[in-house]
Ligand binder design. Structure first.
Ligand SMILES: *[C@@H]1O[C@H](CO)[C@@H](O)[C@H](O)[C@H]1NC(C)=O
Length: 453
């Protein structure tokens, strides 16, 4: 064999074995890496499991009935109902409460909470670090008093970097549950928890009282909402706005409320009408919000405007159902007028005693939302334009109702920058800042779009 050839073969051999060695090294690293991350995930799950076990045992021992409100865990649980069978075949030991998130959240009815030093001590002995977040009690804030007492809003338990959040739920006068926003005070440890990842506390929330059931999750006794999907959808739209009592009080000092018998009587009627409307629409599963003067009354004075003569609510036209009419009739209201049609400017007006309930249907169009108005005698059409808004919960007259979250923008669009000054004379065709002429109904359509009773 010639010498040149031997050198070439040798080089080739060395080169190929180096490549093979490198490949092995790469493969080894990749494989080991995989094993390692797998081990970390398993360890994390184990740690989460241990924390939850310790925590729930502690809560049980001190008779604090927590219920699971964790979005990731409840989502897994609601999906799991659909594949019960798989679960029985190979049930992993931690499939719900170990969600790969460093947090699990629970809620507690605040009236069951007491400062039991035994509980706090036991938590510390188990290794938990505690952070308590407090805030003003909104149930005491009203037009008369502003100094709300300090109450606990959230408790955070930390163990090995794993967080358990306990959200305190308070009963509010509108027969619903409320939790406060989580706000860190200046002297608090901002690195205590990954606050941005918390399911609860970015803002206050309002909930109907959920029915709970006791179940066993990953071997632990846990209470969960009976209808999980309902709770999850409620959670997505739970944001609650407190009325601006301070501003309202300032307003009422400038413009004292009418305390005449007629005004008191009107407020009583509005309250019962609003409660009736809320019940009727809830039965139909149609969301509504306070609009026009009723919205202004809540925003400006945490009450209703006594010289307004009606109750105004808004409904998105996509939520319209023909059985609204029958539902209100069955509830004892009489239809006063029906203007427009589903495709355009629909507006319903009902009468209860001598108070009018105006239902305006809102149409979405690119970045605006509008509702229509119709003048019965001339067939003239009007259009009221608002910037887009989302819906929040609020409380008015002991009722949990929705208002546009961007209330200031909504009210300003409708009433202009001087919304804070009462205007007793108001023409719905010319006074609103956002009114536009919108043509005239065709004579041939009048019978359909202008119905007065
Ligand atoms: C759960 O709630 C949803 C939404 O409110 C409802 O449609 C569904 O019927 C409820 N399921 C049960 C089993 O009650």
């Amino acid at each position: 064999m010639p010498r040149v050839n031997r050198t070439a073969v040798l080089s080739l051999l060395i080169a190929s074995s180096s490549v093979f060695l490198l490949f092995q090294l790469y493969y080894y690293r990749k494989y080991v890496g995989k094993v390692r991350t797998h081990v970390t995930v398993n360890n994390k799950m184990k740690a989460a499991q241990q924390q939850n076990t310790k925590f729930l045992a502690l809560a049980q021992r001190f008779r604090l009935p927590m219920f699971l409100t964790d979005i990731a865990a409840l989502t897994l649980l609601s999906q799991d109902a659909l594949r019960q069978r798989d679960r029985q075949v190979h049930e992993p030991h931690c499939s719900f409460l170990c969600t790969n998130r460093p947090i699990t959240s629970f809620a507690l009815h605040a009236n069951l909470w007491k400062y039991d030093p035994g509980f706090l001590l036991a938590a510390e002995q188990k290794g938990f670090e505690l952070l308590e977040l407090r805030g003003e009690d909104p149930r005491l804030a009203s037009l008369d008093t502003l100094s709300g007492e300090d109450i606990p809003l959230h408790l955070l338990f930390r163990l090995h970097g794993y967080i358990i959040q306990v959200v305190f739920l308070y009963e509010r006068s509108g027969n619903y549950l409320w939790h406060g926003a989580l706000r860190l005070k200046a002297n608090m440890d901002r690195s205590f928890a990954p606050f941005k990842l918390l399911d609860y506390g970015h803002h206050a929330g309002a909930y109907d009282r959920p029915e709970l059931v006791l179940t066993v999750l990953d071997g632990l006794d846990v209470q969960v909402p009976r209808n999980i999907s309902r709770f999850l959808s409620e959670q997505q739209h739970a944001r609650f706005l407190e009325c601006r009592y301070r501003d309202a009080r300032n307003f009422l000092q400038l413009y004292p409320d009418d305390s005449s018998l007629a005004a008191v009587d009107f407020r009583r009627k509005v309250k019962s009408l609003l409660h009736l409307a809320a019940r009727t629409l809830a039965r139909l599963d149609i969301p509504f919000w306070l609009s026009s003067g009723t919205c202004l009354g809540w925003f400006r004075q945490c009450s209703i405007i006594s010289y307004s003569r009606d109750v105004d609510i808004g409904i998105f036209i996509v939520d319209f159902r023909t059985d609204i009419l029958a539902a209100f009739r069955d509830a004892g209201l009489s239809l006063k007028h029906k203007f427009g049609k589903v495709e355009d400017s629909l507006e319903l007006s009902f009468l209860s005693e001598d108070v009018k309930l105006d239902i305006f249907f809102f149409y979405e169009n690119k970045d605006i939302v509008w509702n229509g108005g119709t003048q019965a005698k001339s067939g003239r059409k009007f259009k009221y334009v608002f910037p887009r808004f989302s819906l929040c919960w609020a409380e008015l007259l002991e009722l949990k109702v929705r208002v546009p979250c961007e209330t200031l923008d909504y009210v300003t669009a409708n009433y202009g920058a001087s919304w804070s000054v009462p205007m007793r004379s108001w023409d719905w065709k010319t006074s609103p800042s956002n009114v536009q002429e919108n043509g005239v109904w065709l004579l041939s359509e009048w019978a359909e779009v202008i119905q007065v009773y």
